[in-house]
Design a protein around this ligand. Structure first.
Ligand code: SF4
Ligand code: ZN
Ligand code: ZN
Length: 315
């Protein structure tokens, strides 16, 4: 039956119906379309050069393992490009161990160097212990996000990387973008970009190669590749507002296919329009640890507390 054949190759049986393009795709054409899209995103944002050493943040979840796999495939044509996977062990009992093992397993399969860093070695305690001692009334995710971002920076510097790639997909980007508005953070809202480069070259550039792939298709690619990834949810998962936005976008995309992409385009256009009025980056080195921050002391050093002497990963 024609409707069940691939709209591209016409030979194979359809594996996925891509509603926003109105096409049926077989497994091979679907995977090729995702790889092509990622390649285009990388090239249109000029995310990498052939000499880059890319630190790929790999949590062990579906997005990061899929990104690692795609970047390994794409980089096979660039022999001077190096990839190192970087995994952060936050110290969440019963949750992180499985993901770290999965990340290690895939790095070994793909022949990629793997650097694992932990909150324990960087901040003196894992997230579980830290939350027992904390004084401020922030959520676990607020601490975790700030600490992890910094841990990835430190690990990337430690391995000598020139860029950091994180696995944020299209849905993540839109949720974060709207969260910035809902939380009133206009600065972040207008600056938000899949390509963050410090104009003075002091800090590592961060890129999001999956930023134009819907979450559903990232998961489907992983499934088509037979990837095994962590399925357990973090016990601290409380980001209520983000979850609400996720389900709103899911409902909208079902009712109005393509709305994710049009929102993304609007986001980029708004950023472009705002750019002339946005002051140049105010990032500066943290007075304690030297990592990028907009104030004199970075958020992670402030969260760790006054006893912190700055944070370095032991060699
Ligand atoms: Fe960290 Fe929150 Fe994610 Fe758990 S859900 S790993 S606490 S950011
Ligand atoms: Zn096909
Ligand atoms: Zn600091």
């Amino acid at each position: 039956m024609e409707t069940s054949s691939c709209s591209l190759c016409r030979d194979n049986k359809a594996f996925y119906h891509r509603e926003y393009q109105g096409v049926n795709l077989c497994k091979t054409c679907f995977k090729a379309s995702i790889e092509k899209k990622v390649r285009r995103t990388i090239s249109s944002w000029k995310m990498f050069t052939p000499e880059d050493h890319v630190a790929v943040a790999v949590s062990g979840g579906k997005d990061s393992l899929t990104m690692l796999m795609i970047l390994c495939k794409l980089s096979s044509k660039f022999p001077r490009t190096k990839i190192t996977a970087v995994t952060v062990d936050e110290g969440i009992a019963g949750y992180r161990e499985e993901a770290v093992d999965l990340a290690s397993e895939y790095c070994e399969k793909l022949g990629v160097d793997h650097e694992i860093v932990s909150f324990q070695e960087i901040y003196g305690s894992g997230l579980d212990d830290f939350l027992q001692q904390k004084r401020q009334r922030l959520t676990a995710c607020s601490y975790c996000g700030v600490f992890r971002r910094k841990a990835i920076n430190l690990a990337a510097k430690k391995v000598g990387a020139t860029k950091i790639a994180t696995a944020h997909n299209l849905d993540d980007i839109l949720q974060t973008y709207l969260l910035n508005i809902l939380e009133g953070d206009v600065e972040r809202f207008v600056r938000f970009s899949p390509f963050l480069k410090d104009p003075r070259g002091q800090f590592l550039t961060r890129v999001k190669p999956l930023c134009e792939i819907p979450e559903k298709e990232v998961a489907l690619y992983g499934y088509a590749e037979g990837l095994r990834f962590q399925t357990a949810s973090c016990p601290y998962m409380t980001e209520a507002l983000r979850n609400e936005l996720r389900s709103i976008f899911n409902r909208l995309e079902i009712a109005h296919p393509g709305v994710l992409f049009s929102s993304y385009r609007a986001m980029l256009r708004l950023r472009q329009l705002a750019e002339p009025g946005v002051p140049a980056s105010t990032l500066q080195p943290c007075g304690k640890c030297g990592e990028p921050t907009v104030s004199s002391i970075c958020e992670a050093c402030r969260m760790v507390g006054p006893s912190s002497q700055g944070i370095e990963i032991p060699a």
